[in-house]
Design a protein around this ligand. Structure first.
Ligand SMILES: Cc1ncc(COP(=O)(O)O)c(C=O)c1O
Length: 364
């Protein structure tokens, strides 16, 4: 034990001040706190896949004999399979423990304390969180009233010295994609552009083919959403060749565990199955949106992802959120200057939509 008892003074000052990430509580905790059996909860707050992973994943994981051996640090087999899936060369692909880890590694590679990162708010919270964890400065560039990127303001921030920009496309929580012409326009500004395509499979647009011709473009993807592997943590990035080499040099040696690598590989061998679940989610998205609009108090925003952002028109979003939670239906609630009175609802199975709409009709 430190005899002076003040070892906190050794912590980096900017981390002492940092707010924790507002993560979603696990199902078992919500169930215990709310006195509702976990199997009765309807979880529409994490943009997870309600159909789960491919059955091939569970089978392969139960057969795997080498859990006592370190996994392949170079992720060779998985990167080869990802070359096939994405069309990008394997030596430009790096796999991470979720795309969250790749966001962290990108900051580690580019951002010194005080350097600037452009964040097009409202958006995914990890960009802000990771920037702060490296002592970087977040330059918030608000999206317009329909959540499109303010390209002139982004260019201005780039001229003023920002080094990296993160653009989620489709964006979380708004669900819209960034137009390819805006992406191309932003690429011409001598900053690292990270297009986060976590929800790509539910919309289809991609910037991957542009990585070939732009050495300042990174595209991130994940297995958490379309492949139902959020709990196993597998994401990947497609990087310009030189940047991929540097990321490999600085990443933790065994960052993607054996189970995650097997699960991702098996998912890529079962695309027919997974594409059927993606189709089910996309068609349910349309039905959910129509049913939410019919309530008369929710305004669903168009979405190319597996969730729908809704403005609550009677100013009762907080009440709706809490009353849904009491009934075992979990959604995300936002009340920030750019997201007043909003709910974000993940697309579930048809029976989840029915239960949600029935509950909303009792509440509203
Ligand atoms: C835009 C976006 N990027 C990345 C992630 C994180 O993905 P992963 O589970 O691969 O870390 C999420 C998760 O919600 C997200 O919404």
């Amino acid at each position: 034990m430190n005899p002076t008892g003040d070892s906190e003074r050794l912590i980096k000052p900017h981390l002492l001040r940092m707010k924790p990430y507002g993560y979603i509580a696990p199902v078992e905790i919500v169930a215990k706190d709310g006195g509702i059996p976990a199997e009765r909860l309807i979880k529409l707050d994490g943009n997870e896949n309600p159909y789960g992973c491919s059955p091939r994943v569970k089978e392969a994981l139960s057969r795997y004999p080498y859990y006592h051996i370190y996994p392949d640090s170079e992720q060779r087999e998985l990167r080869k399979a990802l070359q096939q899936y994405t069309g990008a060369p394997a030596d430009q692909i790096v796999v991470g423990s979720g795309s969250d880890e790749l966001i962290d590694l990108i900051m580690r590679l580019f951002i010194n304390p005080g350097e600037r990162v452009i964040n097009c708010i409202p958006t995914f919270g990890v960009y802000h969180f990771s920037t702060e964890s490296y002592g970087g400065t977040v330059v918030a560039v608000p999206r317009d009233e329909s959540f499109a990127i303010n390209v002139p303001a982004v260019k201005e921030a780039a001229r003023e010295g920002a080094k990296v920009i993160f653009i989620a496309s489709p964006n979380n929580p708004s669900g819209n994609v960034t137009a390819m012409e805006d992406i191309l326009d932003i690429l011409g500004n001598n900053i690292m552009v990270v297009i986060d395509e976590a929800y790509h499979e539910f919309g289809g647009q991609t910037a991957v083919p542009l990585v070939d011709s732009h050495d300042n473009l990174i595209v991130l993807r994940t297995f958490s959403k379309w492949a139902g592997l959020a709990g196993l943590r597998v994401g990947y990035g497609i990087f310009p060749p030189k940047i991929a080499g540097h990321l490999f040099r600085i990443k933790p040696p065994y960052n993607v565990n054996a189970a995650a690598q097997i699960a991702a590989l098996e998912s890529l061998k079962d695309l027919d199955y997974l594409q059927r679940t993606i189709k089910a989610i996309v068609s349910e998205r349309q039905r959910l949106s129509a049913r939410l609009a019919e309530t008369g108090i929710l305004r669903p925003w168009p979405s190319e992802a597996n969730f729908i952002l809704c403005s609550v028109l009677n100013g009762q979003a907080a009440r709706a959120y809490h009353q849904l939670k009491e009934r075992g239906i979990l959604v995300r609630y936002f009340d920030t200057p750019l997201l007043r009175d909003c709910l974000r609802i993940s697309v579930g199975k048809p029976e989840h939509t029915d239960a949600l709409v029935a509950a909303l009709s009792e509440i509203c």
